[in-house]
Write a protein that binds this ligand. Structure first.
Ligand code: UD1
Length: 367
């Protein structure tokens, strides 16, 4: 059984790593890795391959940046050539980035079965490019592998047949558990001169938060005010850095005492930074889940989330994008402390064994 696994952007790499490991236990599976090249900088891509022990991709499409249409079209054209040549039995796509959708469409039209890992998540906000990718991918993929039961319910509401939907758990947590010990060896806290529980970690890169001057300006103010009470660390995504420079905020950010502005950090440093943070302020999808698994309080600066289980069964709070509301939440956290979150029970099947369930589901579906 030949399976081509697609990875494209930073949040994909931790999702394919445990799958590639698991395939090794199944001799009948010939697993190949394809990198579309949406993320291409060392800090956005290669460092994850090195740290997570992901092998060199068998295929590299080298697609790079561009508008959504350009990225999607280039992936489709190049991926079609690979599928024609390789004739795989399955394509496995993960997450919700542009190539997840692009490769699903190509494979589906060529009669190749598609499994979508992290299916069924919905923010119900179609202004979000990722939501369009999720809905389109799930509407035509053959096997929909969900990280939480809300995913199953969303898919059923969309009329997807029961036999295509399988609750397997959260694949990112496999990687988190595998790498947790090694992340303790990271020296990033000492390098930055910060202490356990003595700082907040910030990550912001959603187009809705960083692409408009007034919205990004609000976040600059939030950081200026919060850094007076608590050191902050922000590994800045290339999109956010580009915008901050474009809007003239970069010098202002650099002048905030107590704010450590970093290049994007690797996986191990990021887990170390999350695990030891007093608080995380983010708009990332994956970080909402990782903080829940680590038991670290997370404030999500968005109006909605496709990962509601991190609120109902985790440490996440949706705080929107109004600066006063966000500052109020941060102040409350600083006043009330954060005791007790570390040992909260974790959502079902966020147990480090999701890759096993995924490969089993693909094999059963193939019989
Ligand atoms: C993409 C995903 C998003 C994911 C995020 C994680 C889509 C629609 N969005 O958003 O779901 O959360 O990745 O990082 O697929 N850039 C570099 N170096 C790189 C990669 C990108 O400089 O290695 C620059 C690009 O040139 C571009 C900007 O960063 O200007 C944004 O990159 P892009 O991949 O288009 O979207 P992301 O915002 O990263």
């Amino acid at each position: 059984m030949k399976i081509i696994n697609v990875a494209s952007a930073r949040p994909n790499f931790m999702k394919v790593a445990p799958l590639l490991e698991e395939y090794k236990h199944h001799q009948e599976i010939d697993a190949q890795l394809l990198h579309t090249g949406q993320h291409y900088d060392y800090e956005m891509s290669k460092i994850f391959f090195d740290e997570l022990g992901i092998p060199e991709p068998d295929f590299h499409l080298g697609v790079g940046s561009g508008t959504h249409a350009e990225q999607t079209a280039k992936v489709m054209t190049e991926f079609e050539k690979v599928l024609k040549r390789e004739e795989p039995d399955w394509v496995v796509v993960v997450g919700d980035v542009n190539p997840t959708m692009a490769c699903t469409i190509v494979a589906n039209k060529m009669g190749v079965k598609v499994a979508h890992v992290e299916a069924g998540l919905r923010s119900y906000d179609r202004n979000m490019p990722e939501e369009i990718n999720r809905v389109l991918t799930d509407s035509i993929a053959d096997l929909l592998l969900t990280p939480s039961i809300d995913g199953n319910m969303n898919l059923k509401k969309e009329g997807i047949a029961d036999e295509k939907i399988k609750f397997v758990g959260n694949i990112m947590i496999d990687t988190l558990f595998n790498m947790r010990k090694r992340s303790d060896e990271s020296t990033i806290l000492a390098d930055l001169g910060i202490e356990e529980k003595g700082y907040a970690l910030v990550t912001l890169h959603r187009p809705s938060n960083v692409d408009q001057e007034d919205t990004l300006g609000n976040f600059v103010e939030i950081l200026e005010e919060t850094a007076q009470d608590l050191p902050m660390v922000w590994p800045v995504h290339p999109r956010s850095k580009n915008r901050a420079e474009e809007f003239g905020f970069w010098d202002r950010l650099q002048s905030i005492g107590n704010l450590h502005l970093l290049e994007p950090v690797g996986y191990l440093d990021n887990v170390c930074l999350m695990n030891n943070a007093r608080l995380v302020l983010t708009d990332s999808g994956g970080i909402q889940e990782e903080t829940t698994a680590l038991g670290v309080p997370c404030l999500t600066a968005r109006e909605n989330t496709e990962r509601p289980i991190t609120i109902t069964e985790g440490t996440n709070t949706l705080v929107g994008t109004d600066p006063e509301v966000i500052l109020d939440h941060i102040k409350k956290h600083l006043q009330n402390g954060v005791a007790g979150t570390k040992d909260l029970p974790k959502p079902l099947y966020w147990d480090g064994k999701t890759a096993k369930r995924i490969v089993k589901a693909i094999k059963e579906y193939s019989i």
